[in-house]
Design a protein around this ligand. Structure first.
Ligand code: ATP
Ligand code: MG
Length: 227
């Protein structure tokens, strides 16, 4: 169906572990992301940022508390169904064997000119045009790590979903490109709920709210300019 329609995400006293019965890597996490809000997750290396994001896709098991999206407990939804509902952008760009077009538009629903527009939006077209364009084979010889992330972002712009999860997707980008991409995300996903992980609070200033995690626990949840 249309779930999730608005994309309101609620963690309520969530304890979660990677393996049932094992030690909880998340403890007593509570916060709500209102529909369409942009929420950042920050904290030190190993603090539980990726785990918090993965809990939404049921990679972790909730041992106490609940995670709901538009009022529905995600434990009621099979993980494979659930993962289809989000757009999840992991830290390492996931590119598929094939050419640029197949990576940008896996369902082959866009025209050639639409493909080019999305590649222009993420700043890749000038580079790709000289290297085979939409037909260029995607591999590590064609694209750097950062360029791979730009291509994945182009795919996200072309095929958005209501809830978008991003795990440090700009970590391989220089500061100027990083700034450009963060603005692109702000401008193009106005109605979408976004939960994004970043190491640094200064990369989350455009967010409505930021969750600070430390040792698997929520330290603070507030506007980034207050933190
Ligand atoms: P980084 O900044 O390095 O990306 P992070 O804040 O994203 O760190 P997590 O990846 O959430 O941290 O890891 C938090 C803790 O969860 C780790 O210290 C580890 O003990 C545990 N953990 C992470 N991934 C797994 C896994 N796949 N299986 C079991 N435990 C895990
Ligand atoms: Mg991480």
């Amino acid at each position: 169906g249309d779930w999730p329609s608005s994309g309101r995400v609620t963690f309520q006293n969530v304890y979660a572990s990677y393996v049932a019965g094992a030690i909880d890597v998340l403890e007593d996490i509570s916060f709500t992301v209102e529909a369409g809000q942009k929420v950042g997750i920050c904290g030190r290396t190993g603090s539980g940022k990726s785990s918090l994001l993965s809990a939404l896709s049921r990679v972790l098991q909730v041992s106490r508390g609940s995670i709901t999206i538009d009022g529905l407990d995600i434990n009621c939804i099979p993980p494979d169904v659930l993962r289809e509902k989000f757009l999840a952008l992991p830290q390492d760009a996931i590119l598929v064997p094939g050419n640029v077009r197949e990576n940008l538009d896996p369902g082959a629903t866009l025209s050639e000119s639409e493909c080019i527009i999305y590649l222009q939006k993420v700043g890749l077209w000038e580079f790709l045009k000289a290297r085979g364009g939409l037909d260029a084979t995607v591999n590590e010889k064609l694209l750097s790590a950062g360029q791979g992330q730009l291509l994945v972002l182009g795919r996200a712009l072309a095929h958005p979903k209501q809830v978008i999860l991003m795990d440090e997707i700009t970590s391989s980008l220089d500061s100027k490109t990083d700034y450009f991409i963060r603005n692109l995300i702000q401008d193009n996903f106005k109605k979408n709920t976004i939960v994004k992980v970043e190491h640094k609070l200064e990369n989350l200033l455009e967010c409505d709210k930021v969750v600070v995690v430390s040792n698997g626990r929520l330290q603070e949840y507030d506007n980034p300019r207050v933190l």
